[in-house]
Design a protein around this ligand. Sequence first.
Ligand code: NAP
Length: 317
Amino acid sequence: MTNPTAPVTHHKVIILGSGPAGLTAAIYTARANLSPLLLHGPLAGGQLTTTTDVENFPGFPEGVMGPELMQLMEKQASRFGTTVVVDTVMKADLSRRPFTLQGQSGSYSCDSLIIATGAAPKYIGAKNERELLGFGVSTCATCDGAFFRNKVIAVVGGGDSACEEASFLTRFASKLYLIHRRENLRASKIMQDRVLSNPKIEMVWNKHVVSVEGSKKDGVTGLVLEDTQTKETSTLATDALFVAIGHTPNSQLFVEQLGMDSNGYLLHEPNSASTRVPGVFVCGDVQDHVFRQAITAAGSGCMAAIEAERWLESHHQ
Ligand code: NAP
């Protein structure tokens, strides 16, 4: 539901999304005196708020909790004059300038738009999967793999993501189970070969994860699996479950307005955050299916902000 009677507020720059990309874009545009408006939905801080310790963000030698890192970034953005508003945008019109956005509670227009709406990991729907997220269940091997040194790890999925995560996690795991719901991997041949020849990886074919066993106190202790053919159930002892069945970029608002690849990731010019619509810039996971790190998202947010600032300077005195 939108509120079409809400007065439209105009801004030089609107940033959509409050993950590391959006907040970095906010810090830079705010310091450039552009008084940005940052809009975000109910989950402030994006995907990092669903992790616990972040040990690979530079500047935090002891690590930092994901939610705390995002609060610090928001504080920094606010300090320089970013206005943060919680409002889920339901509709965007990029066909003319100023661009217009319809939120659930407000209407907005802007000369320049920075899209940092992120991506959502897909979940398998197993019992306790969401409850134990950050307590042994993870959707990011690079982020959380090091917490499971010399432990048993299970990965679920059969595509390139799952194979890549599984191979990477064998650096830490004493033993790794790759659980797939069929008996053929979808991944590219080279990734399959890497997984199938790795002595630490044991394939668990034709199995679906029904439930994750454990607690927030003890972490993950095991999985209940169901055979996709015989429907028989079994258990598998593991210390962690990495869900690697893909991500969905949050780009639905921009279908037919911006270029996107076949998976919905927004396209931009090479070495630039510019899209095919002048004045619209993209950053973070909504345009990146390769790196997906907080630091790369933040870097691309900085690029988008600098480009938006330069674009505004040349188009709006
Ligand atoms: P994907 O290719 O769509 O594979 C998803 C995998 O998860 C499939 O094997 C699928 O099973 C399984 N799956 C989906 N839903 C499931 C569920 N509910 N329960 C259990 N399993 C489920 O996704 P992706 O691996 O993230 O790759 C996405 C794109 O990025 C691909 O084009 C890929 O090539 C690319 N990518 C490339 C690299 C690289 O080159 N280094 C790395 C990562 C991703 P089924 O096979 O039965 O459908």
